[in-house]
Write a protein that binds this ligand. Sequence first.
Ligand SMILES: *[C@@H]1O[C@H](CO)[C@@H](O)[C@H](O)[C@H]1NC(C)=O
Ligand SMILES: *[C@@H]1O[C@H](CO)[C@@H](O)[C@H](O)[C@H]1NC(C)=O
Length: 589
Amino acid sequence: MQPLFRRFVLLCVIAALGLLSLYHIAGWDSKLQPSRPSSSLPGRIKHSVKWKDVPVRYPVTSTIALPSGTPSAIPRIQHEFGIETDGNKQKRLKRLGAVKQVFLRSWMAYREHAWLQDEVSPVSGGFKNQFGGRAATLVDALDTMAIMGLDKEFGQALAALKQIDFTTTETSTVNVFETTIRYLGGLLSTYDLTGGKHSILLNKATELGDMLYVAFDTPHRLPITRWDWENGALSGSQEAPVSVLSAELGSLSLEFTRLSQLTGDDKYYDAVARVSNQFEKHQNSTSIPGLWPVRINLLAESFTVDRTFSFGGMSDSLYEYFPKQHMLLGGLVPQYRKLYVGAIEAAKRVLFFRPLTPDNRDILVSGTVRKNAADHFKLQPEAQHLACFAGGMVGIGAKIFDRPEDLDVARRLVDGCIWAYESMPSGIMPESSSVIPCHDPEDCEWSRQKWYDGVMDQRPLHSYRDDVEKIVEENNLAPGFTDITDRRFLLRPEAIESVFIMYRITGNTTLLDNAWEMFQAIIASTSTDISNSAIADVTDLEPELIDECESFWMAETLKYFYLIFSEPDVVSLDEWVFNTEAHPLRRPQ
Ligand SMILES: *[C@@H]1O[C@H](CO)[C@@H](O)[C@H](O)[C@H]1NC(C)=O
Ligand SMILES: *[C@@H]1O[C@H](CO)[C@@H](O)[C@H](O)[C@H]1NC(C)=O
């Protein structure tokens, strides 16, 4: 370093330290310890913001009101369960107890090592704040504790909620989607599940909703999905972004709708109804009519700049929210059926495919499709853990929209994920992998040769004879898999979510055993001294623990495992609708 430059750096460090101590003396820091000091430098808004008082830049000319009228009759989703045998009941209760124990252990770890932080680090015993430092795990896990009847733990968590200020946050950019599904969804669902008894839940939800509502304050009232909230609070200029992920745009509707229903203020519903209108307007003019691409240029309101389509990450819950919004609105808005049916018809044509499997299973995987410059579709035959939600969604859609032919599609999608779990040495599906699509689903007879050809197709630079067996061995590829593009398991819920939904729809008890196998495999590979951790490689029998436990472990994964082993009327799908973070909201009856 040049001496002058060195002195400059030293001065900067001293100045920074001075500012930092000033900031502590002035007591500007919030109750929650910031994880990254740099995110808490002076100049940031540290106090509560009265979001209701921030002047509206672009007022709506007329508010879209919640539909009124008597909810229409929506066909029943759940199977009519008969009387359970004693033996089945004993087995089920044993499994239920095991899930509850794992939840309690994870909760204790959070309470002891990461209280009021976003998440615990389950190997090192530290903590992490990646969702704004507003106790994400606590808020996300509240309704699970209510469902499990953990009254003491629930009471403690509820009391702590008073200390959390939802009108301000540690990060400069708010991820509107994550904040909505985790925090807003968690608060609203706990309010609903406890019968509206705890007004603090709705008050906090409204405070947060009023903050998020300002992200919609742009010329066409379309939201800024990664939002500079301080600029929002300080009345800076705002416009819709050039690139948004379709899932982040489309998965706000349930939470905002429920907030309007509970507060009687239509403005939140108005905000998301305008987004749905955009999806409707553009549904048939994208590169694959019926579907929307992963990325959308919201500023230009262009749905054609991107030509990639998938039910996997970045698009997933966009689709999931159409049938769910239909249910939450009591079937009174016909738009959501149209959006769903158009999408599912296209998905059955282009996204779902039958993979080659050693035992010729009649299953489906939901892949990714790109349209190239010559307007040809190219199917990328990937199996993403995130896309495993699709089986449950298609099952629910089959019931509520009376599409019985889709029930078998749902069953095959669920079985696709079960197959991916069963195929791995750890018994857990990887984050993403590649398989071999059978171009003619009727002609999908296994041969080792076809598998090897598929493996080599992924690697055009290798010469065949020498390499294929070595590649299979080095990559630990199970028969049928041609590549494992992301070997991690992040404690994700989507597979058990769909197994749970299919069980509630069909009453097929094989699914209980599938769920139990999954649960045991996950516990065997992810347990740490204090809790459970994401793992580096599901093809490893003793996978490395990567010291991460996102809030969805207790909010979603363990909740769905608990519910599948509960009595079928505990959070019935005919009375509740789950947001994409597994937070049940009450359906109109
Ligand atoms: C898209 O086109 C289909 C088939 O013509 C039609 O049934 C559907 O209503 C259209 N969807 C929208 C949102 O306009
Ligand atoms: C029961 O569920 C399993 C797992 O999804 C499936 O393979 C099987 O076909 C189902 N049985 C019936 C009768 O639907």
